[in-house]
Design a protein around this ligand. Structure first.
Ligand code: ADP
Ligand code: MG
Length: 681
């Protein structure tokens, strides 16, 4: 926090540090730090009328107090209100000061949720106020998100100071607000921080309240402005056009055992068009599992290299297994063209890593394939021109930025099998061009999906045996155990042992996330070469693995998995000429959501349709999860409910950028001062 801000608020360094933990650095940050909810301490409910399971405030006199030790140490207090109705107040943690406050004979107010308890009707850990000579609150009490050591009243006081200082400031032109029928910003903030006496709690949390609409609009506008500015900036950029001359791409195409699908040809043309511009490409290539994105990536890389070999290309994938597969593919394709490919992953020995790094730094190798290792600080490129990120949603924005920033005005190609929902494409990814491969390569055998109750597991084992005896191979995916990696590993080992017992005729291997990369690679190599019949795997094989001879996929406890995950897993089979099957084992009882998901995956094979249904089941928030995409969440607006506001913000943004640059700068400063970079990645 700036010293002058701290002075205005008259707070200590220590408090400023606490605020920093909440990401509150400026007066505007404080003003926009809105209550999570409100507590109603404006009136007293007779204990007899207190609604079960809802928060309310009661008042009474203490007539009993005892510290009990069984079943555990707790403070039991009994009060009685003026009508004589008793209520138990129970505290599992308490201080001597609380015991004093709740001494027999004291009149107190207790705010909490009334429940049926062991000791009778009770409140656990209610908020206690003395009722001696204190009048009731006049308005609702805002409750803010806070951090240890910063209590509600201090935070409220600091926010008040910020509001007072900002007083009548307005960030947007009046005419604009009038046309959208939105209230002034400061009025909206004051209402939400200091609700007037007559307003009820449920009115304040109603998202249609004009005050909330105003905040949501402002938030979406900030996001649109920053996206559209990022786009302008990109277009005024000075990237070197990468004009391929076909010398490598043609040669590779001639040696491929297949010809490109129409869709692949179209997206390559789109990518090559982008590469030929003098501003950096920012393109997402989306295509269903198995649609053939890898060859498109390879052709993009070759186009960049054809340009007099000035530029370097980095291809990054989120897992060792996937990155290594890419490495092997690229090496197989590029070596005959005389192009060397470097391999960089966290598991390399120091000597090998150093060799790869120096070859990339001095430019003697022009293509790098790798994992997260690629964007570490100690990796540099002589002249990075193109970055390709596979399964891009698996990387955080900061990670993609870190790689891109290893060159100047670098062209970016991102790839994903999970299509972006329209609302997100419109908002968060507004500065993203999208190419879609909407056609699978020919001669794919459709995959038959079967839902099988886990109690029929033996039949499934028999089917595995039959499949492998016909010369094909199978994946057996272990149940997902999100809570514990140790448990996950244990389950995987058990699954392996059970299968080996049941199918002694077969060679069965195991690959899991905790294995060393070299071990993983060894097992994968055995499976690829066919010396293993069955590969037992945790979901590490989810992305990108390509073994055409594998025609059977068994997924245990499929009911625990998400739709995107199931679809990706299923996509590992059906890549060769044999008829393929995916068996989804499920265990009863099934929850509603699990049932719905299994139905979708059973009925549909088209990834785009599955993603659409997934969106219906989960809502778009999930796609934005920071874990997946690294895009900061919207705080107030919600893409499902606020589409109209989003469209308004989207339409108004260019107008403001053109006519009122000062308004734009200020608005962005208020809303995004510390995350501008993130939104433009
Ligand atoms: P994904 O889009 O899931 O990354 P891949 O690039 O791994 O898919 O391709 C899946 C498989 O399809 C690979 O074995 C690849 O060689 C093959 N393939 C790609 N394009 C074609 C095509 N046009 N015709 C036939 N096979 C293809
Ligand atoms: Mg792939």
């Amino acid at each position: 926090m700036l010293p002058e801000t701290q002075k205005i608020l008259s707070i200590t360094d220590k408090t400023a540090q606490k605020l920093a933990k909440l990401n509150l650095h400026t007066l505007w940050d404080l003003a926009l730090h809105l209550p999570l909810r409100y507590e109603d301490e404006t009136h007293i409910t007779p204990i007899a009328d207190a609604p079960f399971g809802q928060v309310c405030q009661v008042q009474g006199e203490v007539f009993f107090q005892q510290v009990q030790f069984k079943p555990r140490k707790q403070l039991i207090v009994r009060i009685k209100d003026s009508a004589g109705t008793p209520l138990v107040l129970r505290f599992l943690h308490f201080y001597p000061s609380q015991q004093q406050q709740l001494a027999v004979g004291k009149k107190v107010r207790a705010l909490g949720e009334v429940k049926h308890g062991y000791f009778g009707t009770e409140m656990i850990h209610p908020k206690i106020h003395s009722a001696e000579n204190t009048s009731l609150a006049e308005h609702l009490t805002p409750i803010y998100p806070t951090t240890a050591g910063l209590n509600q009243s201090t935070l409220h006081r600091i926010i008040q100071a910020a509001l007072t200082h900002l007083n009548h400031t307005e960030t947007l032109p009046e005419s604009l607000l009038a046309s959208l029928n939105l209230p002034p910003l400061m009025d909206s903030l004051r209402l939400l921080h200091n609700p007037p006496p007559e307003i009820a709690a449920h009115t304040l949390t109603d998202q249609h309240l004009p005050a909330w609409q105003r905040l949501k609009f402002d938030e979406l506008l900030a996001q649109q402005l920053s996206m559209q500015l990022a786009k302008q900036k990109r277009f005024s950029g000075s990237a070197k056009p990468l004009l391929g001359n076909g010398q490598y791409t043609q040669k590779l195409l001639n040696t491929l055992p297949f010809s490109l699908t129409q869709a692949q040809q179209r997206v390559i043309a789109e990518i090559q068009h982008d590469l030929a511009q003098n501003h950096p490409m920012h393109r997402l290539l989306q295509g269903d599992v198995g649609s053939g994105k890898t060859i498109v990536a390879a052709l993009a890389a070759l186009t960049a290299l054809e340009d007099n070999n000035h530029f370097q290309v980095a291809i990054m994938a989120p897992t060792e297994i996937l990155a290594e597969q890419h490495y092997l593919k690229f090496k197989q394709w590029f070596t005959p063209l005389g192009i060397e490919v470097a391999w960089l992953s966290g598991s390399l020995k120091k000597k090998e890593k150093d060799a790869a790094k120096s070859a990339l730094a001095d430019g003697s190798i022009r293509v790098a394939v790798g994992t997260h290792a690629l964007f570490q600080n100690d990796v540099s490129f002589q002249n990075l021109g193109l970055v390709i990120v596979d399964e891009q949603h698996r990387f955080g924005v900061a990670q993609r930025l870190a790689l891109k920033n290893k060159g100047e005005d670098v062209h970016q190609l991102m790839m994903s099998a999970t299509p972006i929902p329209r609302t997100l494409a419109m908002s968060f990814f507004a500065d993203l061009d999208v190419s879609s491969i909407d056609e699978l390569p020919p001669n794919r055998t459709p995959i038959t999906t079967k839902l099988v109750n886990n109690i029929r597991r033996e039949e499934v084992e028999g089917f595995v045996l039959k499949t492998c005896q016909m010369g094909q191979q199978a994946y057996w995916v272990c149940p997902l155990i999100e809570e514990s990696e140790t448990l996950q590993l244990q389950t995987a080992t058990e699954t392996l042992a059970t299968l080996q017992d049941a199918l002694p005729q077969l060679n069965i291997g195991l690959v899991h996330g905790k294995m060393k990369a070299a071990e993983k690679a060894e097992v994968m190599a055995k499976f690829v070469s066919g010396s293993l019949n069955v590969l037992v795997a945790t979901t590490v094989i989810e992305v990108g693995v390509d073994v055409p001879n594998a025609s059977l996929m068994v997924i245990e406890h499929a009911e625990r998995m998400g739709l995107a995950q199931l679809h990706q897993l299923r996509g590992r089979v059906g890549r060769g000429s044999a008829k393929s099957t995916c068996i989804l084992l499920f265990a009863e009882p099934l929850g509603e959501l699990s049932k719905a998901r299994l139905k979708v995956i059973y009925e549909h094979t088209d990834g785009f349709e599955i993603a659409r249904q997934d969106l219906n089941l989960r809502g778009p928030g999930e796609f934005l999860g920071a874990r997946q995409s690294g895009v900061p969440m919207l705080r107030f607006a919600n893409l499902e409910d606020d589409l109209l506001l989003l469209e308004q913000a989207r339409n108004i943004a260019p107008q403001l950028i053109n006519t009122q640059p000062n308004v734009v700068t200020h608005h962005l400063d208020v809303w995004l001062h510390n995350k501008k970079d993130f939104l433009t990645a």
